[in-house]
Design a protein around this ligand. Structure first.
Ligand code: LMR
Length: 333
């Protein structure tokens, strides 16, 4: 057993498809490194508790050298106790005939309770990543419910979109994923997000020089990335799970370790007005994580007229979501 004290990660929806795909990699050391012990607080709602007991058995059966202890619970106070990280995956999915407003109302209540329980029980330095959809506004609700916890420690996931965008740019350019850098996802994790190819690099060169078919970038790449989640649902008959878990773990790793020089990673944070975005919405930005663990938004990127128009659309959607959620919950978010 390594000598560092463990990082305690609380995971909601731990026995669901995304949770199941995430927690074994957390326990294996794939996120925080081979010398960093990990403790898991696994949280499920009533109907998921039986499955969760099976997941705990499987964790035991892996005999992970880095896993110090596992708490499995349906109780939020116990679940968030002493957490360093909260990975909020569990949320009610949209069902047939349900309006977005209904979903924001139902999930909003869940994220109020979770934000409050995190503030009461987790470490004061806890960091929270929301994956459950609509993740930007759910993260805003959790943050607003979490008392004095610092707003800069709340995040919503746009990394799945970044990874999708990198893979599509790489395929079009005939390059490997690993040489595609500096892909920013602006705004909401929804079909209005803007995957920014104008600032992306492929093999160190602007993506717009490597891919000369600009009509493809604007008319195929952008909508394909925006609608990739729906395409996966159509093909699989279920939401993305393994790729969503992978992106959540990529986000944790990117927020834990300093960002390599010259690159960035995409995640939604509470807007304070950077790039002219309305303050007070959880907006996807390009971020750099510093050596001391704090982060900064990458400043000074050129935003052309095409990008400006796309960013305005996703900003408008997030403002509407905030208004809808405020009305459904009777809160001023
Ligand atoms: C995804 O991007 O794959 C999911 O967020 C889609 C969804 O609505 O579950």
């Amino acid at each position: 057993m390594a000598s560092k004290s463990p990082i305690r990660v609380a995971v909601t929806g731990a026995a669901g498809n995304i949770g199941y795909a995430a927690i074994f990699r957390l326990a294996s050391g794939a996120v925080f490194g081979p010398d960093q012990p990990v403790a898991l607080n696994l949280i499920e709602v009533g109907p998921g508790l039986n499955a969760l007991a099976g997941v705990v058995m499987e964790l035991q059966d892996c005999a992970f050298p880095l896993l110090t202890d596992v708490v499995a619970t349906g109780d939020l106070n116990e679940g968030f106790k002493d957490a360093d990280w909260c990975l909020l995956i569990g949320a009610v999915p949209r069902k047939d005939g349900m309006e977005r407003k209904d979903l924001l109302g139902i999930n909003g209540k869940i994220f109020i309770g979770q934000g409050e329980a995190i503030a009461r029980n987790a470490k004061k330095s806890v960091k929270v990543l929301v994956v459950g959809n609509p993740c930007n506004t759910n993260a805003l609700i959790a943050l607003r419910s979490a008392g004095n916890l610092p707003a800069e420690n709340f995040f919503a996931m746009t990394r799945l979109d970044e990874n999708r965008a990198k893979s599509q740019l790489a395929a079009k350019a005939g390059a490997h994923n690993s040489v595609v850098k500096n892909v920013a996802i602006w705004g909401n994790h929804s079909s209005t997000q803007y995957p920014d190819f104008t600032n992306a690099l492929i093999g160190g060169k602007p993506a717009t020089q490597v891919i000369t078919d600009h009509a493809w970038l604007k008319e195929t790449f952008v909508p394909d990335v925006q609608k990739r989640g729906a395409a996966v649902i159509k093909a699989r008959g279920a939401s993305s799970a393994a790729s969503a878990a992978n992106a959540a773990l990529d986000t944790l790793r990117s927020l834990h370790f300093p960002t390599p020089a010259g690159d960035w990673h995409s995640v939604a944070v509470l807007s304070k007005g950077d790039y002219g975005i309305s303050p007070g919405i959880m907006f996807g930005y390009p971020l750099r994580t510093k050596a001391d663990g704090s982060w900064e938004i990458v400043q000074g990127l050129p935003i052309d007229a095409f990008s400006k128009e796309k960013i305005a659309i996703t900003e408008k959607e997030l403002l509407e979501e905030r208004a809808t959620a405020s009305e459904a919950l009777g809160l001023k978010l």
